[in-house]
Ligand binder design. Structure first.
Ligand code: CAA
Length: 248
């Protein structure tokens, strides 16, 4: 068991909730960010996890804003202690072919999915360097590796996340900090539920596993990567996609 503090951005979403459960079960003091506490009923979410025996904190923060992240970091470290584990998971989609994609939808996806990783990581990296320990996991996507119809914004942001991981892995390696990427395939969450049924069927037909992934299949990889013992796994991308995309 550990008692390190783990911050999970967007931890109250489909994959995030499972990551919070896994880390809390391992003893981490888990804190999730949410965008709008009232709209997302984060207190209700916290209560339902509490009823299952998982104690998880939360803080409201728009991760696409650097200043909001600076403020959030102060509040989290004052209330819970230094953050040793960071999971950059908050993400959105605004799918459209590029000839129909608005500048707002480009900006929103790049800000929330990619710029957020800088905005949040920047707040905690100096503390991690000083303490000589840090675990950062960036949640990317198979569609960052392959590109996907209607996702020029999302694919660009998710590919960018792994570039970010690789650079940071080199910067932090001598300071006990690891930075890795997990690239989920199509996981059963509200994000994939929003895809039109006929499109989803087409996509699923290409998944050798013949099914969507489950959030817990991502969470267990995150838990493995953030363990103290995982120090030599650094700058890696771990695909979890049912063999939808295979590569070295
Ligand atoms: N494979 C093959 N052809 C495709 C395709 C695909 N995945 N997606 C679209 N097309 C084709 C369509 O068949 C269609 O062809 P025709 O003109 O010959 O009929 C053409 O492209 C236009 O498609 P639509 O009629 O669907 O156009 P649209 O403008 O209404 O919608 C779209 C376009 C928004 C891209 C829609 O097709 C869509 O939602 N696609 C799914 C995108 C996707 O995979 N999103 C993932 C969301 S979940 C996620 O992102 C999580 C994660 O990390 C994996």
């Amino acid at each position: 068991m550990t008692n390190r503090v783990a911050l999970v951005t967007g931890g109250n979403g489909g994959i995030g909730t499972e990551v919070c459960r896994y880390l809390a079960a391992l003893g981490y003091k888990v804190v999730s960010t949410c965008m709008d506490a009232q709209k997302e009923d984060i207190a209700g979410w916290q209560e339902s996890l509490q009823a299952e025996g998982y104690s998880v904190g939360w803080v409201e923060c728009d991760v696409s804003s650097f200043d909001a992240c600076a403020n959030m970091a102060e509040r989290v470290e004052a209330e819970f202690g230094p953050v040793d584990v960071l999971v950059n998971l908050a993400g959105i989609t605004r799918d459209a072919f590029i000839h129909k994609l608005s500048k707002d939808d480009w900006d929103a996806v790049v800000n929330v999915n990619l710029n957020s990783a800088f905005n949040v990581t920047r707040q905690f990296i100096e503390g991690m360097r000083q303490r000589g320990f840090g675990r950062i996991v960036n949640i990317s996507s198979v569609n960052g590796q392959t590109g996907q119809f209607g996702q020029s914004n999302y694919s660009a942001a998710k590919a960018g996340l792994h570039g970010f991981s690789m650079a940071l892995a080199k910067e932090g390696a001598r300071k006990g900090i690891t930075v890795n990427t997990v690239s989920p395939g199509y996981i059963d969450t509200s994000m994939t539920a929003a895809i039109a049924d006929e499109v989803k069927e087409q996509i699923l037909a290409q998944v050798p596993a013949g099914r969507m992934g489950r959030p817990d299949e991502i969470a267990r990889v995150v838990a493995f990567l953030v363990a103290d013992e995982s120090e030599y796994i650094n700058g890696a991308n771990i695909p979890v996609n049912g063999a939808l995309f295979t590569s070295f």
